[in-house]
Design a protein around this ligand. Structure first.
Ligand SMILES: [Zn+2]
Length: 336
């Protein structure tokens, strides 16, 4: 069996807080005297217990983790560790999502200073570990369209300086997609890649709405498209990449078992799709394990895994030169 950590791949869907190592969170909590709930601390590992799964529990634990980050040095540490962990798992490029809203207070309430600090740290981590990086500024559905517009304008300002995309995360059931159209228009005009979440909790109609109104190039999850053949054809026709994260889907109850994840239906339909960790802090596993799960539970053979890796490369915002090199490396992996 070919070694999956040696399979060249890009990591397109990873959230800043959720990227944190469990050990790091435990250490930060000890330093700050923050008591972790038992769901987050199981045998010295941090994870969301599958028996506790579901969106609200996830949200609650996420907020606790977020509250531990109250110094720029901690932002630096988390970014460096995320890039290092990607490097260890064969990732050639990490496109990480950050919603700067919570952290501006650590930078004299300046969004610009916050983004500049994050970009600086990402560049330094990239140079240290040899993994390319890109920053996606992500708005939260919970904060509404007006705040999203403010973040899109911020992202647009740094479009040539390392910010590569604009996202929309959090509970899909909150707010109307139309509320976020002005923000996505600004991000599109700035040349940013548009990567909203969708089709994770809600069904195909909500996903259609997101595609029609926000015109994304990639969608976080998008699993619910499987129930609508016409939508699948549309996703293929528009070359939209779906950022799957089966481990996240299992923990949040999107699928009940790994083997239920409809990977082959998407691959057979010709959908560009790739594998991602999403929030490894809460789901225990990082990028590599998504490929392991696909191999062990979804009957993905090495050519399927290579195809998923290629889609992650093609769907990234890397340069043509980097993409060409990595795609060649994937072919080489298959000949080993
Ligand atoms: Zn996500």
């Amino acid at each position: 069996m070919r070694n999956l950590s040696q399979l060249p791949k890009c990591h397109l869907h990873l959230h800043f807080v959720g990227s944190m190592r469990g050990r790091t969170l435990i250490e930060l909590c000890r330093q700050k005297n923050i008591k972790l709930p038992y769901q987050l601390l199981k045998s010295s590992k941090v994870m969301l217990d599958p028996s506790q799964r579901g969106w609200h529990k996830f949200q609650e634990l996420y907020e606790i983790a977020r509250s531990c980050i109250d110094h720029p040095q901690e932002i630096q540490r988390i970014l460096f560790e995320a890039v290092e962990d990607d490097q260890l798992e064969g990732s050639r490029r990490l496109e990480i999502q950050v919603d700067p809203t919570t952290y501006v207070k650590l930078f004299d309430n300046s969004y610009e200073k916050c983004v500049e600090f994050i970009l600086e740290q990402l560049q330094a981590a990239s140079a240290k570990f040899g993994v390319e990086v890109g920053l996606i500024i992500a708005a939260s559905r919970l904060h509404g369209g007006e705040h999203a517009l403010k973040l899109a304008e911020l992202a647009a300002k740094y479009a040539d300086q390392g910010v590569i995309g604009f996202g929309l995360s959090n509970d899909e059931r909150v707010g109307s997609t139309s509320d976020f159209v002005p923000a996505f228009d600004v991000a599109r005009q700035a040349g940013l890649i548009l990567v909203p979440h969708g089709g994770e909790i809600l069904g195909p109609n909500s996903l259609k709405d997101i595609i029609e109104k926000l015109h994304p190039q990639r969608i976080g999850h998008g699993v619910s498209a499987v129930g609508d053949p016409q939508l699948l054809r549309e996703i293929v026709a528009q070359n939209i990449t779906l950022e799957f994260s089966p481990v996240s889907n299992l923990h949040l109850g999107v699928v009940n078992l790994y083997k239920d994840f409809p990977l082959h239906k998407f691959l057979d339909a010709g959908v560009r799709c790739c594998l991602n960790a999403d929030d490894p802090l809460l789901f225990e596993h990082r990028l590599l394990y998504q490929y392991v799960v696909a191999r062990e539970y979804m009957r993905a053979v090495d050519s399927d895994l290579a195809q998923l890796a290629k889609y992650s490369i093609i769907g990234s915002t890397a340069s043509h030169e980097s993409k060409r090199r990595w795609l060649k490396e994937v072919d080489q992996w298959q000949t080993v």
